[in-house]
Design a protein around this ligand. Structure first.
Ligand code: PEP
Ligand code: MG
Length: 368
């Protein structure tokens, strides 16, 4: 096995020396970040923050979203801030010197408010002994959606809940300032999810810059954090030139982009009609696994070209599941992306594949 290990390490070293695509990992805990780094990840392309709001913090999140007044909301946000700051400090420490793209919260609301009846009763009995409290039940009712995946998620939630975006950005900024003070080399980037129009991104960017400036003034540090967006809605890809005016980077969320381009639920499609579609040859492989070059892939190519035309320094990557899929990695190489980001355990294979893509590309252009 010593010889096998040596051969694998040799192949990886060779791939690393020829590949043009950078390989980052999707990770949202310091443990995953350490694992990813050991497997060769060159940064975190997607740190999802919504998982950080579940578990013990759930009650705070419910209180924040359903708050009846500003005081209650601010109390919940104030309690969440130090917890978030510690989350980010740990990850920045594990990834010291490498980029960490932190995505602001993007939960479909049903993940936080799963059973509105139970929630209403629980909240009402805990905080409001009067179970007929109409106002509170109305708040819970308002938050119910028939299609949460197409609802109050991503930037929409950030813009709708006062103080939520500011709390997260402050936690990131303070974590960066802390690391700088400790002699670290933090490279955090702020990523805005589910943007459909440049106006949403401008609003989010203005708020982000306001909070960054505040923390800079308080800490006397200069925080030069890139601010970018996910491109995961067809409208975002189609208007990428406009969106690039307000973005330092694009990260393609091919999970949502596939879901919204095909109009197929990423949670349900594979279990329902996919076997029939595979059998009838509508497609040979799930578009959620391998990039659909004619549809979703075209949107990616168009958005890269349009974005770079407006901002020649625009950084581009992909952080959907496709970022770890071999065939898709070849496509992303040809589309000219700067990096792919995938689950930590897929990082070594992604490095190899990115190397093969570069070699295949050279051979093809040599024979032309
Ligand atoms: C995506 O949509 O591809 C993505 C990376 O974001 P998430 O899977 O968290 O929606
Ligand atoms: Mg997404």
């Amino acid at each position: 096995t010593g010889a096998v290990t040596e051969a694998v390490l040799g192949a990886l070293a060779h791939a690393d020396s020829v590949r043009r695509l950078e390989v980052r990992a999707n990770a949202d805990t310091p443990e995953d970040a350490v694992r990813a780094r050991a497997l060769g990840a060159e940064g975190i392309g997607l740190c999802r923050t919504e998982h950080m709001f579940l578990g013990e913090r759930r009650a705070l999140v419910e209180a924040m979203i359903l708050a009846r007044d500003a005081t209650a909301r601010e109390a919940a946000l104030a309690a969440l801030l130090p917890l978030q700051r510690a989350d980010f400090t740990g990850i920045l420490e594990a990834m010291d010197g490498l980029p960490v793209t932190i995505r602001l919260i993007d939960p479909p609301l049903h993940e936080f408010l799963p059973d509105r009846t139970e929630l209403a009763v629980r909240l009402a009995s805990a905080t409001h002994p009067d179970l007929h409290d109409r106002e509170l039940l109305d708040a819970v009712e308002r938050m119910h959606e028939q299609n949460p995946m197409l609802g109050l998620r991503g930037v929409r939630l950030g813009l709708a809940v006062p103080g939520l975006m500011a709390m997260q950005v402050r936690a990131i900024a303070e974590a960066v300032a802390d690391r700088l003070r400790d002699g670290g080399r933090p490279h955090a980037e702020v990523m805005i999810p589910l943007v459909g129009t440049v106006e949403e991104l401008r609003l989010a960017r203005t708020e982000t810059e306001r909070v960054l400036a505040e923390v800079e003034a308080e800490t006397g540090t200069s925080l030069d954090l890139p601010i970018g967006t996910m491109i995961e809605l067809p409208r975002a890809a189609l208007t990428a030139g406009r969106i690039a005016e307000a973005a330092d980077f694009f990260s393609f969320g091919t999970n949502d982009l596939t879901q919204t381009t095909w109009g197929m639920s990423r949670d349900d499609a594979e279990a329902s009609f996919f076997p029939l579609y595979l059998e009838k040859g509508v497609f040979g492989v799930s578009p959620f696994e391998t990039i659909d070059r004619e549809g979703v892939g075209r949107l990616v190519e168009m958005a890269v070209v349009a974005g770079r035309a407006v901002n020649s320094r625009l950084e581009t990557g992909v952080c959907g599941e496709h970022g770890g899929d071999p065939d898709s990695i070849h496509f992303f190489h040809l589309a000219g992306l700067d990096y792919v980001s995938c689950s930590p355990f897929r990082v070594p294979a992604a490095r190899l594949e990115a190397g093969r893509a570069a070699l295949t590309d050279t051979e093809t252009s040599d024979s032309r």
